[in-house]
Design a protein around this ligand. Structure first.
Ligand SMILES: [Zn+2]
Ligand SMILES: [Zn+2]
Length: 422
């Protein structure tokens, strides 16, 4: 069998792999790296592809999939929440590219529609076949509906982790990493050599910061990705009995509705329902004004503070010293979130200004840290070849060096276009 790395090679973003097995060509994810300009995976001829398997809905894994549907009919296999969230994210991505960022996309709404019609939704832990190949999805613990994929053919077993988190979150249970006998493991290595602080400590620090700010009459603004992180933050507040209003806005509200239809994919569905019942929804400008004048937490869907809603809230909130902003995820180079993190400054009316309120960054990750990645390697049986993807150069190369040294396995941090034959 042969694996070609079409993206996510010594980089995070545009995850895309071609697996040739049992005379079939299978695409594992086909994402986009959202930068200026955008980066797409290496091209493959859609006519030669037999099937697409999608690990989860994030655009860095799914954003290129509609380009297979310009004139072809290929099945895409994924879970139901992945299909529904993909539709939401890619639809928004097309609209933003057409109307706001004016970046060229290799497809439009029509191709997204065709992709939707071609999706076969697969349950967690249920086996299916593509020709003579046996495929199984297991929980990857990264976001609702995310899976790791096990593929058997030619008497060998391949496991692709997708994005993985083996620690429990409120929204999703930790990944199932008991893969058993493996010949080829394609693993993410976002945090190949870095560890995260203890999750429970981060949650407690965050909630106590929220209480501190809001019980004194302030508002805490939390910019967070609309899918997953927004709901996780609201669940963290709920599970720690935070009692003041928690408001959500924008695409996060659409995500809530999708997740309510997919409760079986959630870690603690009771907690999720309670969170939704207590939530204040900001749906129009009148409501937005109201929640900004009420002490409480506002979760706004813009992980790195990019976008209109974030701009609307941040100006008035950050310039009042009784308020605060918390960032709860990674902030990429060149984003307003990164500027806030490094300089405590935000842009108001086109000018960079020092914020007057408080600011705090909390490390809520939905990826395994190095410790969890090595626990996963510990559990593997057989003598696998390990391919480390979805990690910056330093993370991926140091990770494979440690695997070679400590386990004696063949381990590779591929570069773009590498072919690995086993
Ligand atoms: Zn992801
Ligand atoms: Zn990813």
């Amino acid at each position: 069998m042969k694996l070609t790395t079409l993206g996510a090679s010594r980089e995070v973003g545009r995850s895309a792999f071609l697996l040739e097995i049992e005379n079939k060509k299978i695409i594992l994810d086909y994402g986009v790296q959202i930068r200026h300009p955008m980066k797409w995976p290496l091209h493959v001829n859609p006519k030669e592809i037999d099937a697409i398997i999608l690990s989860h809905a994030h655009l860095d894994h799914s954003g290129g999939v509609p380009s297979f549907y310009l004139s072809n009919d290929i099945k895409t296999y994924c879970t139901k929440p992945t299909a529904q969230i993909c539709d939401l994210l890619i639809d928004d991505f097309i609209n933003l590219s057409n109307d706001v960022t004016k970046q060229y996309l290799p497809y439009q709404h029509q191709e997204l529609e065709k992709m939707k019609e071609s999706i076969v939704d697969i349950g967690m832990n249920s086996e299916f076949n593509i020709g003579d190949i046996k495929v199984n999805f297991v929980n990857a613990g990264h976001m609702p509906g995310s899976v790791s994929v096990s593929i058997e053919g030619e008497g060998k077993r391949v496991v692709y982790t997708g994005d993985i988190n083996s620690s429990d979150q409120n929204l999703v249970k930790g990944a199932d990493t008991k893969y058993g006998e493996v010949d080829l493991l394609i693993t993410e290595a976002t945090y190949g050599v870095n560890d995260h602080p203890d999750r429970e400590d981060v949650e407690e620090e965050f909630v106590s910061f929220a209480k501190d700010v809001t019980e004194r009459g302030g508002t805490l603004l939390v910019p967070a990705f609309a899918v997953g992180r927004s709901q996780e933050i609201a669940c963290v507040l709920k599970s720690h009995n935070y009692s003041l209003p928690v408001a959500m806005d924008g695409m996060a509200l659409k995500t809530n509705r999708i997740l309510l239809e997919n409760l079986e994919f959630l870690g603690d569905s009771e907690l999720f329902k309670q969170m939704i019942n207590g939530l204040t929804e900001a749906k129009n400008w009148k409501q937005r004004k109201e929640i900004m004048n009420t002490p409480g937490v506002i979760i706004v869907p813009a992980g790195m503070m990019v976008g209109g809603l974030s701009s609307y809230y941040k100006g008035s909130i950050a310039m009042n010293e009784k308020n605060a902003i918390s960032l709860v995820s990674y902030q990429a180079e060149g984003t307003p979130g990164r500027t806030l993190l490094e300089k405590k400054m935000i842009k108001v009316d086109g000018k960079l200004k020092k914020i007057k309120g408080k600011f705090e960054h909390f490390n809520f990750s939905s990826h395994s840290g190095s410790k969890q990645l090595f626990e996963m390697i510990d559990g593997i049986k057989g003598n696998p070849t390990i391919v480390a993807v979805h990690g910056e150069e330093e993370q991926a190369t140091s990770f494979v060096q440690k695997v070679q040294k400590d386990y004696g396995y063949d381990a590779i941090a591929p570069v773009l276009g590498d072919k690995i034959i086993i």
